[in-house]
Design a protein around this ligand. Structure first.
Ligand SMILES: *[C@@H]1O[C@H](CO)[C@@H](O)[C@H](O)[C@H]1NC(C)=O
Ligand SMILES: *[C@@H]1O[C@H](CO)[C@@H](O)[C@H](O)[C@H]1NC(C)=O
Length: 251
């Protein structure tokens, strides 16, 4: 059965709100049985406020490492490279510490896209810090600095195919196909370089001249984070029957 033909709401996640209200006892709750029948509120697929609350709860579970999910805030990204052949220059970001992903907001939800795919649009504000180096052709040593960057309101458009699979326990689960992610920056990320050195000055000059470098870094990092979020949802949906987190019914 194709998900596109089924109407969904992301609301059943509210089931887990109980966990949300007892931070103090989180560890004790980790052994919590996901299969226990819990009452969950119903909300329509077009009730975006309800979906937003559900998303908060999902992110909360993800950051708590429930159902084997990998927390994403903070995330360390080992390296992001960019080469600019025309400028004979290349940039490398290393050991980037990304925070803020847990406050990702739901902007829109679409069903019945082309080929029966589903879509979700997120908006994120992220804070990054890491090492930046810039290599220039013909120069032995790269220029090095430490960079912090703020990305505001970057939108990611995630599309994927979802299928419903009946498990041997006779429960329905969602199986998510490969996702496609497009990222759009609403504004050029702001940044700050340290220390106050000649290297920083040279890198700053290059970034000022070509702001698409920042856009590129921001997009790569956003896309990596979004893939992690989808992977986490795959993990979650393979373990938790749909009825616990989606109100769904056939048309
Ligand atoms: C990443 O940044 C956060 C917030 O500044 C900090 O708490 C955390 O320790 C950092 N993680 C690493 C591995 O540097
Ligand atoms: C998101 O991507 C899908 C598939 O490429 C496209 O159909 C849809 O219009 C996009 N949505 C937005 C808001 O850009």
């Amino acid at each position: 059965m194709v998900l596109g033909r089924v109407q969904f709401a992301f609301c059943g996640l509210l089931v887990f709100q109980t966990i949300f209200h007892c931070d103090g006892q989180l560890v004790a709750h980790k052994s919590y049985d996901p299969m226990s029948p819990l009452p969950f509120p119903t909300c329509r697929a077009d009730n975006i406020d309800c979906l937003r609350r559900s998303l908060r709860t999902f992110f909360f579970l993800m950051d708590g490492g429930y159902f084997g999910m990998q927390p994403i805030d903070p995330t360390i990204i080992n390296s992001v490279a960019l080469s600019l052949p025309e400028q004979q220059t290349s940039f490398l970001l290393r050991r980037v510490n990304v925070t803020g992903a847990r406050w990702t907001k739901l902007v829109g939800r679409r069903f019945d896209l082309e080929n029966g795919k589903n879509g979700v649009i997120f908006s994120s504000d992220l804070h990054l810090s890491g090492q930046i180096s810039m290599e220039v052709a013909g120069r032995k040593e790269p220029h090095n600095a430490y960079i912090t960057m703020d990305i505001q309101g970057a939108e990611s458009n995630i599309t994927y195919a979802g299928m419903i699979h009946r498990g041997i326990d006779n429960e329905d689960y969602i199986v998510i196909g490969p996702e496609r992610i497009a990222v759009r920056n609403m504004r050029i990320p702001s940044y700050f370089l340290q220390p106050n050195s000649e290297d920083s000055y040279i890198i700053d000059d290059a970034l000022q001249q070509k702001q698409s470098i920042l856009d590129h870094f921001s997009n790569e990092i956003m896309a990596a984070l979004m893939h992690s979020i989808v992977d986490n949802f795959r993990m979650f949906s393979a373990k938790v029957p749909i009825k616990h987190y989606y109100k769904y019914y056939e048309k």
